[in-house]
Design a protein around this ligand. Structure first.
Ligand code: FES
Length: 106
């Protein structure tokens, strides 16, 4: 397990907004919900849609291409759109003193 510091700080996030970043060799999307930040793969498992261009409603992240839905907490496909397959989610650690954000990748 490796811990990567990302370029963004917690103050760069707005509730419900999605942000893409590279972590190691992975492309991930981060979103803040109820003051907590979640991270998962940014490339949709259906046909590669850019999930950072999708939208969040509660914990549901919807892909902009064909509206496949993932739970941003777990990256699992929603039963509502079970024709997409699960992606990977990543642990996010926020240093509350300085707002720095670390993402843990296996
Ligand atoms: S590419 Fe995401 S739902 Fe089709």
């Amino acid at each position: 397990m490796s811990k990567f510091k990302i370029q963004l700080k917690k103050t760069d996030f707005k509730e419900g907004e999605l942000v893409k970043t590279e972590v190691g060799d992975k492309s991930i999307v981060l979103g803040m919900i109820k003051d907590r930040i979640y991270a998962m793969d940014s490339v949709c498992s259906h046909q590669g849609g850019p999930l950072e261009e999708g939208w969040l409603e509660d914990y549901d992240l919807t892909c902009p291409w064909h509206q496949g839905v993932f739970d941003i907490r777990t990256a699992k496909a929603s039963p509502k759109t079970n024709w997409v397959t699960d992606l990977n989610s990543y642990s996010v650690v926020v240093d509350e003193k300085n707002g720095e954000i670390f993402v843990e990748i296996d």
